[in-house]
Each structure stands twice: as structure tokens, then as C-alpha cells.
Design a protein. Sequence first.
Length: 367
Amino acid sequence: MLKNLTNIFAKKGDRVGIEINAHKINIAQIAKQGQQYKLIKNVSADIPEGIYEDGRIVDSLTLSELIKDTLKTNKISAKKVTSAVPMREAIIRVIPVPAELDEAELKDMVLVHEAGMYLPYPKEEVDLDYAKLGYFMDEDGIEKINVLLVATKKEVTDLYTEIFAQADLEINILEVNSFALIRTLREQLRQFGSKEAVVLVDLEFDNTEIAIVVEGVPQFSRTVPIGTHQMLSALSEAMNLPATGDSVMLHDLNLLDGIKDSGEIDASQMESGQTALLKILGELTEELSRSINFYINQSEDLEIAQLLLAGPGAGISQVDDFFTQKLNLPTAKIDPVAALGLDTSQEIAPKYRPGLGIVLGLGMREQ
């Protein structure tokens, strides 16, 4: 039940996008008004303990009720919604095929013959989708076309279908998190050329999703098990504070500036917290460096033009400067509201905006 999973570029229509992760559900209601898009509502709800276990959904019924209650409480009326699976649940590949194939031949070659080469499990256990990209001439002068192949296990897509059905909703579109983020940043990504790669770093609650993108298409994807949860745990332990899932503590701690007393927390505690956070971010930097080097070593004539930081972890003060220094690459935090030119009456602080990249991309998806 994979529905148009590969259509990264759609944008029209009034939509409700719902992002689900281990920490929150995020909901965006977006309406088209003339040539403009307006963010009607952006709401979220914390995920209670017991719904997720080891990063996987184990209590779909309670999650369904939470989605239903959140929509009702915030007076958001929807029957069909757009949602996404985590990148770690998907296999994403760009594969070249002969350009002379007609549509039926192309579908047969991609889904029947080529797909099996990239799948670590039987084809009957997966949902597959594909999209044609650009034409090119190979080294032998033969015209070919790149095809974006996306696969996810049926048990994953069935689970998401069940969750929304239990909430009296229909998934009109189910895609991959990174595709929604790319849609949000589409105009920003267009400034880069065909030989320039952009690294999207989505710092989520329990992991970081890394996507290396060229001309708006993900060429390399990887999930690293380091997120704001690990950062907060290290921070709380170092500062002798109760464990918390609230990322506000992260946002309030400068990474690179000198430490000062902060009300109830003295400078020595703050310094211990800063050291612990820098250690976790150092580990993430090493994983980023490995991913970038692995991709670059397999790619000809490509350079990394920029890192773009998304997700709640991108709200950490000076985290962009940290990665710029450690990786020697220009790094910027995304602002999805500005990137999409959304009209909104809601006040959304800059430190929270990078965390809206996925849900706003879902809300912009055409039905």
C-alpha cells in the first residue's frame, strides 16, 4: 500500500500532514489561498511512554487515539492525511536503465528485475514505488534514464495504514521523511548545481537521518542512532539533573561561548553539561564525516557544497557553527516557514522552526 512514495515534488492543494516520531506527533494544516500558502494550524502532542520501544511502534491503538484526540482538541477536520515513514524503514536507490524502454517495459524492468538486486528481503514482503528522473549518456555513449526506486516492508506500511484507520483517517499519501524535507527545501536546493551535493542532517529525538542530495534527489541515506534523547540524557547526567525529554534545555545551552551562571544552575554545572553535549556531538560529527567521505569516494567530480540542519536538534544554539568548525563545511539551520514562503499568524520562535521541516513538507504534498 505504498502510495506515490517517490513523488518528491508535488505541492498543490489544501492538506493535513501528520508526522509521527518517538517523541511527538506533529500536525500541520496548510491551505492554498490564491498563489500563496497559509499555515492554518501547527500543533503537536507528546508521545506517552509505552507507545514506542527501541524506536518501533508497539502500541498502535493508543497512538491512534492520541492522533484522533489531538485533531479534535485543535478543531482540525480531516478525512485524508499525508504521513511518512522514517528513512531507516526505507530503501532508496537511484538506478540507471535503458532510455528506450516504454512505460510497461520500464515498470517491469525496475519492479521485477532490478529491484531484487537492491532488496535485503524477498520482494513479496515489500511495497515498491519508482519515479523517472533525468536522462543521461553513459560512458559508452548509450542514452539511459535514472530511476528513483523506493521500497519499504509491507508490515511497516500496513502498520501506518492501521494506525490512521483506527483514528478514522485515510492515508492519502505515505512517503519517506526525507522526501518531505526535500520538498520543503526545494527552492533552496535549486541554487546548487549538478556537481554540488547538499547534506541534509535531520537531528531527531532518537536518531539523526543523513541524506546527501544532488539536484533535489537523495543519492545516499543513512540513519545514525544519536539524537536529542541521547544529548539530553548525557546533559542531565553531567549536571545532576532529573532526566527530561524537553529539548528546551538544549536550546538554552550555548555550545561555543563561555559559561556563565544561569539562575538556579551555577557555572560549574553548565560547564559539565556543555562538555557532555560536545562529546555526543563529537560522536555525531565522526559519523557525518564517515558518511560524507564514503559518498565522495564513490562519486566523480562532486563536492559537498553545504550542510543543512533540520529537526528539533537543529535548534541548539551555535550547533551550526560547531559543525562548520569541525567538518570545515558551510553549515546552516533551515527555516521551513521562510523556505516555503508560508503566511502564518502563529508565532514560531526561530529555535523551533528547524523542527518543522518534515511536517510542513507533508502538509504541502498534493493529494
